[in-house]
Ligand binder design. Structure first.
Ligand SMILES: *[C@@H]1O[C@H](CO)[C@@H](O)[C@H](O)[C@H]1NC(C)=O
Ligand SMILES: *[C@@H]1O[C@H](CO)[C@@H](O)[C@H](O)[C@H]1NC(C)=O
Ligand SMILES: *[C@@H]1O[C@H](CO)[C@@H](O)[C@H](O)[C@H]1NC(C)=O
Length: 403
């Protein structure tokens, strides 16, 4: 549904005013019959409707267009060979970029969940959000933070966004909805990107297409997922490995491209627990790590004929977050979520990461605007010493070179 535009509101306002005036005149003329009043009301209403109609034909700028415009100055080029994050860390694209143009709404970012984030102070709730009181705690509050992060990211880069509220499935752990929902949306999108409710995109300026290039996702890649963090569970140092000793892939972040192989892969994944093809798969119906283990144990070995049909994203890029291993010694891989933070343990950090990502991008935009118009905003009684200006110029040149 379209939100009422200002023009429509003004139109309705004028019509209402006209109606009141007409009723007033009719009543004061004394001779005003009910029929006349009704007639006047009908005319006013139809003129309001037609004015609303006229304004609807001139398409209002969408929220997505406005956000995309706002971020124009910092959006990282899709085909660039490197990126420097706000901490100064540099990342390189080593292979020839497969993706040179933005994919726009060929990409869907989907949140899927069996929970309902529509309670008080939750993103789809009736009351106005009070961000200060969003805790980010597991459940609706965590979803509130991550949905806002994923939605905003989609607006910036022109991707479609959906929140899919799924019904739990009988006899299967809730996370088994993933292959089902991914398959469903692959009918209508070239790329479907799923991000877990405890995961956030950390650099809103970096488009997915650039990350595809960094990770070596090509035109024939069906699925990409990050390599899981290794961890010790109940004394088992190989708890994150499949039975062949290979670390599992984590389904907290899934990129799927619509290709015949992908659809076959999704079907095999969904059917896995029936054990028609994969003996032993029923074990993962409700046992950890569910659909994730099923994918890593069976599917990934059968659907990667060219070696890049399934891409394993480095753990450090899309798993973990700063402080994970330090605060949780049972975690053996200190993955820092350089691009996608996955707060598997400290769920409430989803809120802080959402704020940081948003503010980092907005402050970048504002700083750029302040600096570009420094003559207008900056007043100083004295000149900066020469050596400062030289150093400053050097840093500025370096920054320009990065873009
Ligand atoms: C927000 O949190 C503060 C501090 O915990 C609390 O005093 C206040 O009542 C909360 N407000 C709402 C609307 O929940
Ligand atoms: C874990 O896996 C490694 C490599 O496969 C193996 O050497 C080691 O013995 C395993 N540890 C346990 C406790 O099974
Ligand atoms: C889940 O794991 C337990 C312990 O390993 C096992 O006894 C049980 O049979 C498994 N569940 C299914 C459905 O196979």
């Amino acid at each position: 549904m379209l939100p009422p535009s200002c023009n429509r509101l003004v139109g309705l306002g004028i019509a209402t005013f006209t109606l009141i005036v007409l009723i007033f005149i009719a009543l004061h003329q004394g001779g005003g019959s009910i029929q006349q009043i009704k007639e006047a009301a009908k005319n006013a209403a139809s003129s309001a409707a037609s004015s609303a109609q006229t304004h609807l034909t001139t398409k209002p700028t969408s929220f997505g267009d406005q956000i995309s415009q706002l971020y124009q100055s910092i959006k990282h080029p899709v085909d660039s060979y490197h990126y420097v994050d706000p901490s100064g860390m540099e990342f390189k694209v080593t292979a020839n970029p497969s993706w040179k143009e933005p994919l726009g709404n060929d990409v869907l970012i989907v949140d899927m969940d069996t929970r309902w984030p529509d309670g008080d102070n939750e993103v789809f709730g009736k009351t106005k959000l009070n961000w200060e009181n969003v805790t980010g705690n597991e459940g609706g509050s965590m979803l509130t933070a991550s949905v806002l992060n994923h939605f905003m990211y989609a607006q910036i880069h022109g991707y479609d966004y959906k929140f899919y509220r799924a019904e739990p499935m009988e006899g299967l752990h809730n996370t088994w909805i993933k292959p089902y929902v991914l398959s469903e949306f692959l009918q209508s999108y070239r790329f479907v990107v799923f991000i877990d409710a405890d995961a956030t995109i950390q650099h809103l300026d970096v488009p997915l297409e650039w990350l595809f290039n960094k990770w070596g996702i090509t035109h024939r890649t069906s699925v990409a997922m990050p390599i899981d963090t290794r961890q010790i569970l109940n004394g088992d140092e190989n708890a994150s490995c499949d039975s062949k000793g290979k670390v599992t892939l984590n389904t907290g972040f899934v990129i799927a491209q619509k290709l015949p192989l992908t659809l076959k892969m999704m079907k095999a994944w969904k059917d896995c627990p029936t054990e028609k093809k994969y003996k032993g798969c029923a074990n993962w119906k409700e046992n950890w790590s569910h659909e994730q283990r099923a994918f890593s144990e069976y599917i990934r070995y059968d659907f990667n004929p060219d070696g890049d049909n399934i891409i394993e994203i480095p753990c450090d890029d899309a798993m973990g977050y700063p402080g994970l291993a330090k605060n949780h010694p049972h975690i053996l891989s200190d993955c820092k979520g350089r691009f996608v933070r996955h707060h598997t343990i400290d769920k409430s950090m989803t809120k802080t990461s959402t704020s940081d990502a948003l503010l980092n991008s907005l402050t970048d935009i504002m700083q750029k605007s302040l600096m570009r118009n420094k003559l207008k905003y900056w007043v100083s009684e004295v000149e900066r010493p020469k050596e400062f200006l030289e150093k400053f110029k050097e840093a500025e040149d370096k920054r320009e070179g990065e873009e």
